[in-house]
Write a protein of this length. Structure first.
Lengths: 341, 391
């Protein structure tokens, strides 16, 4: 019995040290373990999706790879944790992951009460509806009396309720725990309508038995700015994630891409570009990062335009137009980042 | 201990009782300290990260819809009401599941003991298949396989005023009209009368030994008297018939596929376990009991009902209680196929909208804990009632 007591005491002592250790900064933790732990979805093509070899690709995946590039100069130093919508915030709050990049909508309540901080918007989205073509529905206003399938634990659930209430339309909600099963229920005919963010609709449509038999209705019923999330209270870490995103937008604006960045770095006379790429001064030091952090992001992951084209652009099965996500200098675009200087 | 042979110096610490006491106190202090440490650590971390705590969100409007609600509920109601709706859904599915599983279990348990080769084999196949497939898989099977097999609303199967399609089973919804109070009075009267019949039959049997089919008779009394009052009131019921609309069926009552799938999965799965418990219980009753009953001239059905089953129940009830507890807890898997029970509504949607992980999860644990404990208490009471009374 005495030895048990000793064990108990020592366990309590260890527990005390661990919780003290957890108070260290996220950057130090990440540097110590040698990789970034990134929470992603269980599979949304174009955003975060694993192929048959377990390689993750997508816009959200690239957000994490950019952070890993900034810290380690190596985009592969990321480990991914697939999370369902309802698990994601708890995983971040409890410290299981360092970044949550899981097409998560930036809202007031989430920012203010969940102990989380949103860093930047990496995709401007909006919620829409998908229906079978043969129903002949042309507008979301025609959906009176329809059965609607959606995934549980997202802003989608509330937006859907608000939309139908506001327009005094009746509906039957079928709220399924996981996106894949919600989609399967829609595909099997349990629902007339499937609703989620429009990018998600386009991505999910590629998974259906016959994608061409379904249409996405024109209405966009909500604002869904999606972006990476970090724990509240570690401003340095938040800045790193935020500026890893902004570097990509700035790079696109300056026409610097993964293909020409090496050439530009050695040839340029532009002091702004020299600062950005770490040729002059040491901007990285301000965030305890290497001097060439921005160079590494652009070289390993690319600029924002490249990331978009590679993952969800017209050449991919998801086939989304740039739309709101074009640079602010283009027509219809609002993607804007503060300058790196 | 090695110094067993030498008489110990009787100091305070050498006394076994005192030492045990000290260790108990130490252990208790440690548990209290650990609990306090964990709690204060949690509080500090929540404060650091600006996570709000408490149950005040219960009074805020929920804003989300719930597919199945047995009490009035709209998006404008509060999280508190959403919780009650979910609680009722969990209770209903558990209660119906327990009743159905018991019926299935008893029938299948008896069938496996049947002398009819085919019946016994079929029961064996049923039990061994369902017992050995994970419940979640069975739920998905019932949900998606049944959905795939049924027609779209426009091509519904129709029987009389009933409709069957992918959206559920639709039936006419009875709406009571003026004068229904008279029917309720009649129904209460009929129940009183039927109790009278049973009491009379029992008295007559003890007096004269003559047997009377009291239960069948009382059923007849209830149906008969209620019908007479219905006719007297002029049948004050109208039916709201289900009709096909553009997307769905409107009107009538509906049994959604989520509910049916969860109920079927829970009751057939648990039924397979109960069948084995029933079989074990019956086999545990000595064959001599049956022989003795037969020598007294009891018919086979009476032998089973009066001699074998009451003794088998003593073996059956304790493991049966465990199965009931399992069923109540397994109902939480309904969340996976959109049945809006406690885990889906509270730990799913409410947790996600409000972010109150500790509160919502704690609440769910409390509910499942109390649900299981009440089942336990009831079954223990029943077990005591059925146990052998020694004279």
């Amino acid at each position: 019995m005495k030895s048990n007591v000793c064990k108990l005491l020592s366990t309590a002592a260890i527990a005390a040290t661990i919780s003290a250790g957890a108070a260290a900064s996220t950057l130090e933790d990440v540097k110590a373990k040698g990789f970034v732990q990134c929470g992603v979805s269980t599979g949304v093509p174009g955003f975060s999706n694993a192929d048959d070899k377990g390689n993750w690709t997508g816009i959200d995946v690239d957000a994490c790879r950019a952070v890993a590039s900034a810290i380690f100069g190596d985009a592969q130093k990321v480990k991914f944790t697939p999370l369902s919508a309802k698990e994601r915030f708890t995983a971040l709050q409890s410290g299981e992951i360092d970044i949550l990049a899981r097409n998560t909508t930036w809202t007031y309540t989430r920012d203010a009460s969940l102990g989380l901080d949103f860093t930047a918007v990496n995709f401007y989205d909006g919620q829409g509806f998908m229906v079978r073509k043969d129903l002949g529905v042309k507008s979301a206003m025609d959906l009176d009396g329809a059965t609607v399938c959606t995934e549980q634990g997202t802003t989608t659930e509330l937006n859907m309720a608000d939309f139908f209430r506001k327009n005094k339309l009746s509906y039957v909600p079928v709220v399924v725990q996981k996106a894949d099963e919600a989609l399967a229920a829609y595909d099997s005919g349990r629902c007339d309508v499937y609703t989620t963010d429009k990018s998600g609709l386009a991505a999910h449509r590629t998974k259906l038995a016959d994608p061409s038999a379904h249409v996405i209705l024109p209405e966009t019923i909500s604002k869904e700015p999606l972006g990476p999330v970090v724990r509240h209270g570690d401003n340095q870490w938040k800045d790193i994630v935020t500026w890893s995103m902004y570097v990509q937008v700035n790079a696109e604006e300056m026409d610097i891409s993964s293909k020409n960045v090496a050439k530009i770095k050695s040839e340029t006379n532009d002091p702004g570009i020299k600062r950005l790429l770490g040729v002059e001064g040491d901007m990285g030091a301000q965030l305890e990062l290497p001097a060439d952090w921005a160079y590494n992001i652009i070289a390993n992951v690319g600029n924002y335009g490249e990331v978009f084209e590679r993952n969800v652009g017209p050449s991919t099965p998801v086939d989304l137009p740039r739309g709101l996500n074009a640079l602010w200098t283009e027509a219809g675009g609002i993607m804007y980042a503060p300058p790196v200087r | 201990m090695s110094d067993k042979t030498t008489p110990s110096n009787n100091s305070f610490l050498n006394d076994a009782g005192n030492r045990a006491l000290i260790f108990q106190i130490l252990l208790l202090a440690m548990v209290v300290f650990a609990g306090y440490y964990l709690f204060s650590n949690l509080q500090a971390n929540l404060d650091n990260r600006g996570i709000s705590t408490g149950f005040s969100f219960f009074n805020e409007p929920a804003g989300f819809p719930i597919l199945i609600h047995l009490i009035e509920y709209t998006e404008a109601n509060t999280y508190g009401r959403a919780f009650v709706v979910a609680l009722i859904n969990t209770f209903v599915i558990s209660l119906l599941g327990i009743i159905l599983a018991t019926i299935i279990g008893v029938i299948m348990g008896l069938a496996r003991l049947s002398k009819n080769w085919l019946v016994a084999r079929l029961a064996t196949v049923y039990i061994e298949t369902l017992r050995n497939i994970p419940l979640l898989l069975q739920m998905f099977f019932w949900y998606f396989a049944v959905l795939a097999a049924l027609p779209a609303p426009a091509q519904s199967y129709e029987f009389a005023d009933f409709l069957l399609n992918k959206r559920g089973i639709y039936s006419p919804n009875p709406i009571t009209q003026d004068g229904f109070g008279l029917v309720i009075v009649g129904f209460i009267l009929s129940i009183v009368a039927s109790i009278g019949v049973i009491v009379w039959a029992k008295k007559r049997q003890t007096r004269t030994g003559l047997w009377f089919p009291a239960y069948w008779a009382s059923l007849g009394v209830i149906v008969g008297i209620t019908f007479i009052f219905l006719a007297m009131a002029g049948f004050p019921i109208e039916f709201d018939l289900p009709t096909k609309s553009r997307f769905n069926v409107t009107g009538g009552m509906v049994l959604p596929p989520e509910f049916v799938a969860v109920l079927v999965a829970l009751s057939t799965y648990t039924g397979a376990f109960i069948a084995e418990i029933v079989r074990a219980g019956i086999l545990s009753v000595n064959w001599g009991q049956t022989e003795a009953a037969r020598s007294l001239g009891l018919r086979d059905s009476m032998t089973q009902r009066l001699i074998v089953l009451p003794q088998a129940l003593r073996v059956i009830i304790p493991p049966l209680t465990s199965q009931y507890l399992n069923l109540a807890k397994n109902s939480s898997l309904g969340a996976a196929i959109a049945y809006p029970e406690l885990v889906a509504v509270v730990m799913g949607t409410t947790l996600n909208q409000t972010g109150q992980a500790i509160e919502t999860i704690g609440l769910c644990m409390l509910v499942y804990g109390s649900l299981s404990l009440s089942i336990s208490v009831f079954m223990n009471w029943y077990n005591n009632k059925m146990s052998l009374i020694e004279r």
